[in-house]
Design a protein around this ligand. Sequence first.
Ligand code: IVH
Length: 667
Amino acid sequence: MSNSSTQHYAHLLKQVRHHDLLYYVQAQPEISDAAYDRLYRELSDFEKAHPQLIDENSPTRKVGGAPLDSFRTVPHTVRMQSLNNTYSENELTDFLTRVTKGLAGQEATFAIEPKIDGLAVTVRFLDGHLVQGLTRGDGDRGDDITENLKTIRNLPLFVRGLPKTIEFRGEVYLPEPAFAALNHARQKKGEALFANPRNAAAGTLKLLDSREVAQRPLAVVFYGLAQPETSSLTTQDALHQQILQWGLPGHTWFRLADGPGKVLQAIHTLDRDRTKFPFATDGAVIKVNRFDQQRVLLSTEKAPRWAIAYKYTPEQAETRLHAITFQVGRSGVITPVAELDPVLLSGSTVSRATLHNFEEIARKDIRVGDYVNIEKAGEVIPAVLSVNLQKRPTSSRPIAVPRHCPVCGGPLSKEEVFLRCTSRDCVGQLKRRLQHFASRGAMDIEGMGEAMVGQLVDADLVQHLDQLYAVTEEQLTHLDRMGEKSATNLLQGIAASKSRPLWRLIFGLGIPQVGAVSSESLARHFTTLEKLSSATVAELTQVNDVGPKVAEEIVSFFQERSTQRLLPALRKAGLNFTAQKEELAMRGGVLAGKKFVITGTLSQSREEFVRQIQTHGGSVVGSVSPKTDFVLAGEEAGSKLTKARSLQVRVITEKEFVKLVGTESPE
Ligand code: IVH
């Protein structure tokens, strides 16, 4: 390759990056869109002609890559905490007093910044290149969403002038206008609507196909560092400014304040200004400005003591409740739902609200025809707060509590405040169970959303879960709005689900209290559905994440007659009942593909640890490099440990290692 091509490529890259920064981050483009498009085209044409030169972090790479089967779970370098929240100015003042006390009377200045209602992410750059992005997950481990993050337009893949390694904490969001457009398009296609921008952003980041993610204009804002102590920056305001100087998306609105009066003033100003931001701001975050003072104040398990979120009181709206409908959940619990005249609330249109249960309806005396006050308190589903009695029509009557299942007419039982349909053949339950079974997190059957499930059940094509696998193309094409192509696609989706990993099937069965994580543990422990189905409570409680209560639920689920009928039918349909090697090696995704270095003296032989790591899908290498995921360090560890620390490779003790691989023996 001639030197001049390389130079030309470098020049193109630099130019496109420069204009990306002006356009996406600083919102101050210097050239017309057409001129930018030409330049961009030139870059991408050049890359097509010289594929061997392509920089993997070129701006053209923002189109997404091949879809993933699932996200890897990765340990966080530093725990990702949340914030303590308050809606009260008094509590905020208490926080400020506590801080001063914690600093032994030292004066503190506070940084006040917008609290974006989005999704927390942590993004690591190595030598200026974006190398990894994770969700918060449970705070200790998050999902590896690097490919999805790379499609975000205002997030550069390469940044000049960064420290060798740096990890930013921030928030991903979907700008308000993009949210409206997305929902509009979905409505036209008859797809389910996202409740609010946060929900839409969360849904988008969970897509396994980053090319789809690239179609949605997500954006990110950084507001923190995973390890502020390793940086030369000393305050939050210096960090905000430095983030912008690096050309990364940061907060342009922030204030410094000392003393309660000024802090309150700043959060009031923010309340006024926040309507102009492109992101939904649901509060202010108040942080101790100096990093050294933050360190003195430390953290509790969940949240730091040096910061607090002051949330603005959620908007409320009044609207007419024109009907009450009933939703039957997959376990039969009946939830009354308020059908409302559409009304705008905190940036989204609301036409339904949960009424929780019949006792709530009675307590609030909610009736059809009432004008009700609704609120969305950071939750996806809005709730009815109260009734405006002055506007109550004279003819209204209290709601009659149903005596039979509103969907199937079957018998009801009362459990605490809930009504539950106990019929085995309830169509409402069946729909929910199917929906769960087919959902992305379970058997992941493409094209089988709520509407499709409804049609299959209503047309009597599926009365039991296993009948899903007997549906024919002929039957499908008779359904509403079902062309040949969608029929073929759905059948392919159904067929593909037969070979899903065992944990997905276990999760999809909808055993009460058994979530995706416990399903993974169960699949690994029992390795076949048969073994799981005949396990006793004592055997089940051997499994990580399975307590006695859950164990009992599992046993009784497999004893149910309907389950005993279902399992052989599913097997006959050809579903995979066995955990495959990869699944067994996965161990919750922890060690799959992980590189370990072992150093120091451990309680057992080095070979024993090598064996354990390998059994769990990891590998052991000789020396520490930036590619090493873990250094397992025993007593008297020497230079390898020092090197790991300097490269910020995660160091774990033997005890932590045992926790990582679980308690079972690796046989
Ligand atoms: S600081 C250890 N700053 O709100 C400190 N968080 O309710 C962690 N959030 O988990 C967070 N804007 O996802 C911080 N300016 C901001 C924020 C912010 C939004 C989110 C973040 C956090 C959640 C807590």
